[in-house]
Write a new protein. Structure first.
Ligand code: AMP
Ligand code: GLY
Length: 414
């Protein structure tokens, strides 16, 4: 089979890497990919949002399966366009992607189908939102309704912060024409549950934990994710089973009932509260960087599982026992503005698995080319060993332009 992976980050590098291990696969292409992937795969210079070119190129090159990474491509209807042209694709339709792109849609769906999540209300009028805020008080959570790359969520500990968030999102035009979801503040450990879904069929993968804040001790701004590990020792198998039965299966069935049947990776961003697991958010795709630790945990053939799910056949995913833990090296300044083109040395000394998130290769040197730049994966019999292995790898990388968190997985090691 010939596989085309759509996207250009660490997640897509991991998907391509795992797909290439399949007995079924003869060649893996990535569009547009990045320089780091070029060492292993053929990259195709087509933007992930250029549906017409992707369809045409896939036809010309007899691609047997397209796996879509980024939400922007899904929201742009790439899956629909590929399907219309009889090209096999793993990734939800534009309509089904709403479960990620519209927080209001996701929350209304959960309410209608009794899927456990924080209580909420939606507003587009500032005065009404303010009134609700005064009735409920802080702490409270305010979310901009739309894809906001993780930046549209304010967990407000005070009324002042909450009011400021409402002003930013409803009165300013900083975010575009605004609507907000105001949510009850929940507490507990978070975990990410990625599932392969087609209609009502739900195949869970192992869970992972992401670290969203930029700096050690969960300080600093929210990012796309600064590190991850899998499995997560503090979350028991019974909580995972409950999450699959009470959250992931019902939501997949709800999407079918609403005429928005989902096919692709449905990602539950979940929190274990005192009243059991609850949904913080859904994503319509592989998580990044969770994918970069979850796929290495899979022992069996990912492509076979995807084909089985596309045919609605039962499929048995097998996992390695080891723990995988990965650290993101990001450009100084990320998630704000940052420089590009800063030299990265020592990559050749890293013996651990490395996924390239945003690198370029210029005149014989690796340089930074994005906010999140590299992902180094350690493994070991437990989280202690995996952490040590990952940071051994990180220590070999020398660059003036990069920073990383030194406490990935640390909470679980205590
Ligand atoms: P989201 O983009 O919806 O995943 O939110 C980003 C982060 O904000 C989450 O990972 C949580 O840490 C936090 N968060 C979101 N919703 C809530 C909530 N209802 N209660 C407490 N924290 C939340
Ligand atoms: N790591 C969080 C996400 O992919 O949205």
């Amino acid at each position: 089979m010939k596989i085309l992976v759509i996207g250009r980050g660490g997640r897509e590098h991991a998907i391509a890497w795992k797909a290439a291990q399949s007995q079924l696969v003869e060649k893996v292409f990535v569009a547009p990919g990045n320089d780091g992937m070029k060492q292993q795969f053929e990259t195709v210079n087509i933007d992930e949002k250029d549906n017409e070119k992707i369809v045409q190129w896939s036809k010309e090159n007899a691609i047997d399966l397209v796996i879509i990474g980024p939400e922007a491509a899904l929201q742009n209807g790439l899956s629909d366009d590929l399907k219309k042209n009889n090209i096999k694709v793993f990734g939800p339709s534009q309509t089904a992607t709403q479960i990620e792109s519209s927080k209001e849609f996701a929350k209304e769906l959960m309410k209608k189908y009794h899927i456990p999540t924080a209580d909420f209300a939606t507003f587009s009028d500032y005065e009404e939102a303010k009134k609700y805020l005064e009735e409920h008080g802080a702490p409270i959570v305010i979310k901009y309704d739309g894809l906001a790359a993780g930046k549209g969520v304010v967990v407000a500990m005070t009324m002042e912060e909450a009011d400021q968030a409402l002003r930013d999102m409803l009165l300013d035009t900083k975010f575009g024409k605004g609507k907000v979801v105001i949510e009850e503040f929940l507490q507990g450990p978070e975990f990410s549950l990625l599932t392969l879904v087609n209609g009502k069929q739900v195949v869970p993968l192992v869970i992972a934990q992401d670290h969203k804040r930029a700096f050690d001790g969960d300080k600093g701004p929210n990012t796309g994710g600064m590190g991850a590990y899998s499995p997560v020792p503090i979350i028991s198998q019974s909580v995972i089973d409950e999450s699959v039965e009470k959250i992931m299966k019902p939501v997949a069935a709800a999407m079918v009932a609403e005429g928005k049947s989902f096919c692709g990776v449905l990602y539950g961003g979940l929190m274990l509260t005192q009243n059991g697991p609850k949904v913080i958010e859904f994503n319509a795709r592989f998580g990044d960087p969770e994918t970069e630790v979850v796929l290495p945990k899979i022992k069996s053939d990912l492509v076979q599982h995807i084909l089985d799910v596309l045919d609605n056949k039962a499929t048995q995913v097998e996992f390695y026992d080891e723990t995988f833990l990965g650290v993101v090296l990001s450009s100084n300044g990320y998630p704000g503005s940052y420089a590009k083109g800063v030299a990265i040395n020592g990559l050749e000394n890293v013996k651990q698995l490395v996924f390239h998130m945003g690198t370029a290769y210029k005149d014989g040197t690796w340089v930074t080319a994005g906010g999140r730049v590299l992902f180094v994966v350690g493994k070991g019999k437990d989280i202690y060993e995996a952490r040590k292995d990952a940071y051994d790898g990180v220590s070999k990388i020398k660059s003036e332009g990069l920073f990383f968190r030194s406490d990935i997985g640390f909470q679980s090691c205590k």
